[in-house]
Design a protein around this ligand. Structure first.
Ligand code: PMP
Length: 452
């Protein structure tokens, strides 16, 4: 025990210090050792390449500070959300954003409710609704806040929410704020979900006789830590059978999944009318920021007055709206016809090529074959820092994920695929991942490409 530890463990005068350094032994010790995996500063555009600033521990002690060394590395970027390559600095999307700054400035100038509503907002909402296939849509300036504020507008303690165990923190926060009764079902386990529904209502029981005002099932389209897809066809069957409301968070699937990039409904070939609420963000596929809720007119009318993020927070800003419009219009073929198909096909190809490359080399890779999030399992957290630093040295930038975002022994590298990457980039990265895999014993079998 050093002094820091004692100060952290023993409250002063029976009083905990205002800021405890870490909330548990594991997070504290792990964060300390793995610090260099996280919040690594970059500079420049997070496009096909990324400039990563190298760091070192300033001193060898508990709570050691990391300092940048001055060295900047040009890496192939498998670490940024840029599924369709719209985050590049060249291309019409960022040009559109630049024009919007000159014409309309940087800020919205108020909340959507009061002072910050422009024709551009209404126009963008129409495009979003049309793209996702819903009657109307509503925009928010942050994806996290979209979820964190949404549920309180339509649910309360008289409502039951059945939530997938791997749902994003923003959803969990939103459900807490709403005060709804939340039951968590096992990830993607439809049998477990149906059992839970049956525990709470009898089949065929009229909605008016149920002990709940409303029942929601809340899932994500594509899970960002696992790379798994929700079982949408089964969820829709349950929705019909039991008369429940279905909410799908498409933060990672919108733009990235389906032949037209219109998300999981597009991927599974089902009508969007089977999902009551479609939520999504513009941060992963569209090179912008913010989130949306798409649904019926009644729902959106309700959100206009009851959603705190609409009433009290700055509306999305002009350059962001311009970027969203330009990328969506490109995907709908209104700008540069043909470009959408090319971007979508390149993403789909890259995704399968990279995932199959890793599997063929004998790595353990989790998730769906078409998921642009590709987690390579490290399991033990001790491998995280080594994997991250060794790949950086070989000019490959990746994201490391571990406890508490995953169970303690489920650490992983998370590769984010992008249509901006060339096949030669992927071949280079696969080669480097293989070298690192051999250095830190990651491969469970060592097949050659020939028999794979
Ligand atoms: N929902 C999901 C499923 C997410 O993964 C994220 C962010 N990674 C969000 C919501 C929040 O979106 P944003 O980062 O755009 O605020």
């Amino acid at each position: 025990f050093d002094k820091d530890y004692q100060q952290w463990l023993l409250p002063h005068d029976g009083y905990a210090p205002l800021v405890t350094k870490f909330d548990s032994f594991y997070t504290r010790r792990l964060k300390d050792r793995l610090g260099d995996c996280f919040s690594r500063p970059t500079t420049g555009v997070p496009g096909r390449l990324i400039k990563v600033m190298m760091r070192r521990f300033a001193e060898r002690r508990v709570f050691a500070q990391l300092e940048v060394t001055g060295e900047v590395r040009d890496c192939i970027n498998l670490s940024s959300y840029n599924y369709l390559g719209f985050a590049q600095s060249v291309g019409q999307c960022t040009d559109a954003a630049e024009e919007a700054i000159y014409e309309r400035g940087l800020i919205a100038g108020g909340t959507r409710f009061n002072g910050g509503c422009s024709d551009m907002h209404e126009e963008t909402e129409k495009i979003v609704a049309q793209f996702v296939g819903k009657e109307v849509a509503m925009l928010y300036s942050m994806g996290y806040a979209t979820n964190a504020n949404f549920f309180a507008s339509i649910a309360d303690r008289h409502c039951l929410v059945l939530s997938d165990e791997l749902n994003h923190a923003s959803i969990r926060t939103g459900l807490r704020v709403a005060g709804a009764v939340v039951k968590v079902f096992k990830h993607n386990n439809m049998k477990n979900l149906e059992e839970m529904i049956r525990e709470h209502i009898a089949q065929g029981q009229p909605k008016t006789h149920r002990p709940w005002l409303k029942i929601f099932v809340v899932v994500e389209g594509l899970y960002s830590m696992e790379g798994t897809l929700c079982n949408l066809p089964e969820l829709i069957k349950l929705r019909e059978k039991y008369g429940i409301y279905l909410f799908v968070d498409e933060a990672h699937s919108i733009g990235a999944m389906g032949p037209h990039g219109r998300g999981v409904c597009d991927y599974f070939g089902v009508d969007t009318k089977n999902v009551d609420i479609l939520m999504g963000t513009f941060t992963k596929s569209f090179g912008a920021t913010g989130g949306y809720i798409a649904g019926s007119k009644e729902l959106i009318e309700r959100l206009k007055v009851a959603n705190m993020a609409n009433v009290y927070a700055e509306a999305p800003t002009p350059p962001v709206l311009a970027q969203i419009q330009a990328s969506l219009k490109t995907l709908m073929g209104e700008i540069n016809p043909g470009e959408a198909r090319e971007r979508l096909q390149r993403l789909a190809f890259n995704t399968r090529y990279f995932r199959l490359g890793l599997l063929r080399m004998g790595f353990v890779v989790s998730g769906h074959i078409d998921s642009p999030v590709i987690p390579l399992m490290l399991y033990h957290p001790s491998k995280m820092l080594a994997a991250s630093r060794l790949l950086l040295k070989k000019n490959v930038a990746v994201v490391l994920v571990g406890y508490p975002a995953t169970p303690l022994l489920s650490s992983r590298i998370r590769f984010c695929m992008s249509s901006a990457l060339k096949k030669s980039d992927l071949d280079y990265c696969l080669q480097k991942v293989q070298e690192v895999g051999d250095e830190i014993w990651l491969r469970i079998s060592q097949q050659t490409g020939k028999d794979g």
